[in-house]
Write a protein that binds this ligand. Sequence first.
Ligand code: DGY
Length: 427
Amino acid sequence: MTVQNTSGNPLDQAARDVLLGNDRGGYTIPTARLYPYQWNWDSMFSAWGYASFDMERAWQEVHLLFASQWDTGMVPHIIFHKVDPDYFPGPKVWGATHEPPTSGISQPPVAATLIRKMYEMDPEASLPHIKTLYPKLVAWHDWWIRERCKDGPVAIIHPWESGRDNCPDWDLGMEGVPVNEDDPYLRRDTTHVKETERPQKWDYDRYLAILAFGRSVNWDDREMVENGPFLMADPGISFVLLRAFSDLIALGELLGEETAGLQAQESKLRAGLDKMWNAEKGWFDAYDMRTGRFANILGSGAFLAYFAGVSRPAQDAHFARIWDKVSYGIPSADPDSERFEPRRYWRGPTWPVVNSLIAMGLKDMGRTEAEARLRDETARLIEKSGFWEYYDPMDGTPCGGASFGWTAAVWLTWCGQGRAAQRAGKE
Ligand code: DGY
């Protein structure tokens, strides 16, 4: 094992210990009990975290994720390596047919971007892995464009696909989802985490109803898109995918591959961004694909625009307004909205992992002051309370799951960098 980060900050070792403690042998769970499987984007962040001290382990994580890629190119959001009664809904509820069983939807495609970061950390060790993974990444990105981008931006068929499960963006589409009253179920998440920090029963009833539909059509993408109960354009994934295309193209060029096809897909996606622009509000907005109606709500999905190098003055002004309303990083929903709940999952809390993506974009765009502020605010949350899933953006109260993998990973790769030396310098 090569330990590259030797800043002497005890939090660095604590972060490594979180990842190693969540390691289940080749894959890393987000946190024990609440999320006992391999989650797609969590796993990619874990890999990036491992890359700061154990490159081989990092690549193992990525290969295992892509080993569960479907023939369609889709890379599932959960891989149920070992059945665990702590989690609901498990593979049976998903109607999973693959081996190992998986969920039937995907999650934000951060892989190409983080793989490129890993390459930059150790080009020589990474190159053979990139060669193996490149065609799989191309197939996954092709799947997004083919199956999810009919209207231009990425449309999600389940709020869980966005990774921002219960953010207010989805309320509009969820209102139209018919609930199965005669299909009782028992949640497990609220036995691990305070109910007030998790999605409501209202959301879960609808999550499960969409799952029942997906199961009934065997997760056929066309069926889900044409006849499924939920279909909304998502600014968050659209920007993540747009950014991912530029990183995938860079990886392709590195390998000497022909990237014209990827460039055409990237341009198509970019051209679709205008559809999400809510001119009345002055921000990128989710909309219901069935009705064309905007959600009229601003949240961190829109601010992932920076991650893709996209900014518009009207939204920049909202970004400044929202950020000044809170003390720690970017809130997942607008504090001025009546739907804002500072501790309820994606309805207000600040998420270090999303802060890291927004910051990556700000840095690339040369907005270094904003990047430094975001990094400092995120680091202070972790220094105060450790590696939690998310935090109250007003007072920094830690929320959700503890010993959380991706929070540890972004400490190691981003906000914890040079922190001990910096603080020593200030004292
Ligand atoms: C959960 O169970 O809360 C997950 O976010 C679904 O992927």
